[in-house]
Design a protein around this ligand. Sequence first.
Ligand code: ATP
Ligand code: MG
Length: 437
Amino acid sequence: MRLSRSLIPTLKETPAEATIASHRLMLRAGMVRQEAAGIYAWLPIGLRVLSHVARIVRAEQDRAGAQEILMPTIQPADLWRESGRYDDYGLEMLRIRDRHERDLLYGPTNEEMVTDLFRNAVRSYRQLPQSVYHIQWKFRDEVRPRFGVMRGREFLMKDAYSFDLDYAGAVVSYRRMMLAYMRTFQRLGLRAIPMVADTGPIGGDLSHEFIVLAPTGESEVFYDAAFEAIDWTGDDYDLFSSEQLEQFYTRMTGIYAATEDKHDAQAWARVAPASQRQGRGIEVGHIFYFGEKYSRPMGLTVAGPDGAPLVPHMGSYGIGVSRLVGALIEAHHDEAGIKWPDSVAPFRAAILNLKQGDATTDAIAERLYSALAPDALYDDREERAGVKFADADLLGHPWQIIVGPRGAANGMVEVKRRLTGERVELSLEDALTRVCA
Ligand code: ATP
Ligand code: MG
């Protein structure tokens, strides 16, 4: 993309309404614009990051065997009357009436609809287990939308649902999804720690929230840094072996992690002090086993081996895709701006032409751009070098290639790594090799 003709309205001043770093930086970098409280338009830079996050989430869901579908944002109220949640949900649900006076709602989640899909499509125990997911906008009329996309009213969520024949099967699905989550967050450049969450009337211990440290967090969290040292993206655990998933789960739950309300001071004291991590935590994902909570009242059954009906056991698994964009910035920024991990950066590199209109710098910058496009942002504006440096740091591209008149005369450019601030002077070819490595 050429910056001179891009919808990237960067701001020098800090917007007054933004109280946390990620919100401030998303507005300053021109990633999003608020259209109404908690409702955002995503501009090119923001949308590119959002798409990269969704792509990694999708890849790991696919790897774990979940099938991608797409359910609508608008749902009939009748489905929610069947589960009893239409009345329970309260003011967070945005209720709509169509021209035929039918009650609709903007979906805050999709358990009812997915249960309906399965009750119409699945007849026999031979068709289970199965799981599905979608990445779709949700609406929750939050009392206090704040912190930008971290707590919006309209937000993008990946929600997956598993259907198993019995509890034992549901446990395997749950563990598989937990491993998929560890892999997903690590690939995104985040370390999200699973912490036991309330299961309410369902009971049991099969509910975990995935928490990352961020000052906006609503609760204090405690965990053992051992979590951060483990590489979940290797082949240590086969997602389709229940024995290996059990080993994975035992290892996971053996490392200390707890939110404030579940914190156990004695167990905490056994964690080596150098390994103790504590701070405000924000939830980026939540996995939950809820058994027959929806399948039973909604009449989802399959014929078992002896012909008798079985009620499937379900689980649901959410990831806050748009919230993650904010969480990523909370984890990766400095005074000057964002420092995107390579895996989600809007562009791999920015090309900074320090003397726009100069035949030599223009020629080199154009050559770099044609080699790197579409994964590069070419700052071809007629602006001072200082402005270009500041914007590149703000936008946080992992690499900057700086084309100045002096170096250009000798075919040299400067390459800066945003993460470390390290700069080296390289020939054009070496610069491309470095950035593409
Ligand atoms: P929270 O406790 O933060 O309100 P929740 O428990 O209501 O979240 P879930 O129903 O578990 O959320 O939704 C799954 C995921 O969707 C959450 O882990 C979170 O990442 C994301 N999410 C929930 N509410 C919002 C919101 N208002 N804005 C952005 N993301 C959200
Ligand atoms: Mg939750």
